[in-house]
Design a protein around this ligand. Structure first.
Ligand code: FCA
Length: 338
């Protein structure tokens, strides 16, 4: 199912499926008056706070520059293609996208080219058919390996602080290796734990099938069953959601909060968790600024459309650790909470 569906989307992207799928030219191309700038912001998981905060940043850019912004959830390839066509029909000149599947990259890029839309990718970088990154499409995302490494170092520091015997401790690494940014983060985290001295044979991977709380809950649940002797768990994953699901799984198995150290990535999807009156095993998160990512990609696209300034092809963002101690102050400074 997967491959034919992708193939169909590739054909659609190339405009080879039907003549009537060819959208009308944009008003910008035909009208003498300068067209108002209109851009789309398409995200794969609109229910995830990370993407809602990206949209918040995109809204701020729209307010600053006075362009129109269309925010769309694109949970699968068909939704992406429909969204592109509706943007074209509505007179947009470009869009920012976090794609639901990086392998759709060639089809999306082809569709954008065919319809004359400028395209910037955010968070999840497009890959070509041979698995290499599509480095010719402007991309803005996390310094994934570095942020992962910071997560691993923070976990190790907290593990040392608690003075847990290493023989009773293990790492639950919730992984989603089919997505490059996810794999780079978890690989970076595991490498940092190993180089700090944590034994490699006590680091276990729990591959998540879906990138939501149930997906990581299930993955971690299997791992916990396989290692009944472990008394203390360090939990890492590609984002807050991955770690939250695993922390919930430890609770389900009767682990007290003080025997679990979970550190996420994003910093946007754990606010309610950190606000809980009683601490849980979710210790903290590597905060990356979602509003800035939304603002900056929108701003780059606006200038590209308006002034013809092509954006940088590869822009990376950094992260900082937030915990129950500092998260209110840091998130307020970031404009994430009021
Ligand atoms: C991926 C993840 C998101 C966020 C983003 C920066 O798209 O799925 O949660 O971490 O990278």
């Amino acid at each position: 199912m997967k491959i034919p569906a992708l193939f169909v989307l590739l054909l659609a992207g190339l405009g080879l499926l039907s003549a009537c799928s060819k959208p009308a030219a944009t008003s910008a191309a035909t009208s003498a008056a300068p067209a108002a700038v209109k851009i789309g912001y398409l995200v794969k998981q609109p229910e995830e706070p990370w993407f809602q905060y990206e949209w918040k940043g995109a809204d701020a850019a729209a307010k600053k520059y006075g362009h129109e912004l269309v925010k769309l959830g694109v949970q699968d390839g068909e939704k992406v293609m429909t969204a592109i066509d509706s943007l074209v029909a509505g007179g947009a000149q470009g869009f920012v996208i976090c794609t639901p599947d990086v392998r759709l990259g060639p089809a999306i890029a082809a569709r954008a080219k065919l319809t004359g839309l400028k395209l910037i990718t955010v968070d999840d970088r497009f890959v070509s058919a041979d698995g290499s990154f599509m480095t010719d499409i402007p991309y803005l995302g996390m310094s994934a390996s570095k942020i992962g490494a910071a997560q691993g170092s923070a976990l190790y520091a907290e593990f040392q602080k608690r003075a847990w015997p290493v023989a009773e401790t293990a790492v639950c690494a919730v992984t989603f290796e089919e997505l490059d940014t996810a794999r780079e983060r978890t690989d970076g985290s595991i490498a940092a734990l190993k180089s700090a001295g944590f034994p490699a044979d006590r680091i276990f991977k729990a591959p998540q099938k879906t990138t939501d709380v149930p997906g990581s809950f299930d993955a971690a649940g299997i791992l916990l069953t396989q290692h009944p002797g472990v008394k203390h768990w360090l939990v890492l994953g590609m984002n807050d959601t991955a770690v939250l699901g695993a922390v919930r799984a430890t609770e389900g198995r009767g682990f007290a909060a003080e025997n679990v150290i979970g550190i996420g990535i994003n910093g946007t999807d754990c606010i309610d968790e950190l606000r809980k009156a009683k601490p849980t095993g979710f210790h903290g998160s590597m905060l990356v600024s979602a509003p800035s990512e939304g603002f900056n990609t929108s701003e780059m696209l606006y200038h590209w459309i308006k002034d013809g300034t092509a954006p940088a092809l590869d822009t990376r963002t950094t992260g900082i650790l937030i915990t129950r101690e500092n998260f209110e102050a840091v998130l307020r400074k970031e404009g994430i909470i009021e």
